[in-house]
Design a protein around this ligand. Structure first.
Ligand code: ATP
Length: 273
């Protein structure tokens, strides 16, 4: 079978400017991911070994995937994405085969970024709560050992970086956190008021807003909204304007208010503690 079966390469078009807030995190990713890929020759000239993996964790809808895509775009790297849950649900052996094919394809297409969403499903802890292994080799274990082999096999100069995302960092196996694997662990927080303002600005860039729309005020009354929620809010405000008048030429403050009262945030206060 073709080595590319089931593996899809994407060329990302998302840029750092498409992500609101998270200024320091973006800088951190530029240094850890973009530079080593873009300036691979300089790194090897100075004998610096770049990190191979970065784990992003934080609540859903707060741009982990988007950050990985922006890093790929900035580094002009091919982007391969895999879902842990999807690999886990495949027939016996299929998940491992897809994992191996993806690394192989990424090597051929390098520079590349491989992105694992729901990484906790690929790498569940290998022991039960009592500290004992069940004795059976589980799907998760086989996927994990394949992933470890592939990551250990990445040569430093190949220009391949692995980014992973999870909402449950504690469910990730400790073996993945050893040096040369996911050396960097970064928390992607929910947006604060400034972050929400920037996200609203980004998602209304192409919308016709009336003068009475104050994005800062909207940012203030959308505490606990994720980036994805705010994107939905902007869309809903546009829909409200159209529902009121199908020939509307702009979106007003009242439409944002209507959208705000019809939507509830995804996050709970506990996330902010
Ligand atoms: P999940 O854990 O559910 O996979 P995620 O953290 O990977 O979520 P994304 O898929 O990156 O989140 O974000 C979902 C959508 O929300 C994106 O398509 C993007 O449009 C929007 N979004 C999230 N955060 C931001 C942000 N900081 N700036 C602009 N848009 C954002």
């Amino acid at each position: 079978p073709s080595i590319t079966r089931g593996v899809t390469k994407e060329i990302s078009t998302v840029s750092w400017d498409d992500i609101g807030g998270l200024k320091d995190l973006k800088k951190e990713l530029q240094k850890a991911v973009e530079w080593p890929i873009k300036h691979a020759a300089a790194f090897s000239r100075l004998g610096i070994s770049p990190i191979r993996g970065v784990l992003l964790h934080g609540p859903p809808g707060c741009s982990k995937t988007t950050l990985a895509k922006a890093a790929a775009h900035a580094a002009q790297a091919s982007f391969f994405s895999l879902s842990g849950a999807e690999l886990y649900s495949k027939y016996v052996g299929e998940g491992e085969a897809l994992l191996r094919r993806t690394f192989q394809k990424a090597r051929l297409a390098s520079p590349s970024i491989i992105f694992f969403d729901e990484a906790d499903a690929i790498a569940p802890k290998r022991t039960g709560p009592d500290g004992n292994s069940s004795g059976n080799v589980t799907v998760g274990e086989r996927l994990l050992s394949t992933l470890l082999t592939e990551m250990d096999g990445l040569e430093l100069a190949t220009g391949i970086m692995v980014l992973a995302a999870t909402n449950r960092p504690h469910a990730i196996d400790a073996a993945l956190m050893r040096p040369g694997r996911f050396d960097k662990v970064l928390y992607v927080p929910p947006p604060d008021v400034e972050g929400r303002f920037e996200i609203l600005r980004i998602h209304t860039r192409k919308m016709k807003l009336a003068e009475d729309v104050d994005l800062w005020k909207i940012a203030e009354y959308t505490e606990l909204f994720t980036g994805a929620d705010l994107e939905g809010l902007c869309r809903e405000a546009g829909m409200a304007a159209l529902r009121e008048n199908i020939s509307a030429t702009s979106i007003h403050n009242t439409h944002f208010q209507a959208a705000r009262s019809s939507l509830s945030p995804s996050l709970t206060k506990a996330v902010l503690d």
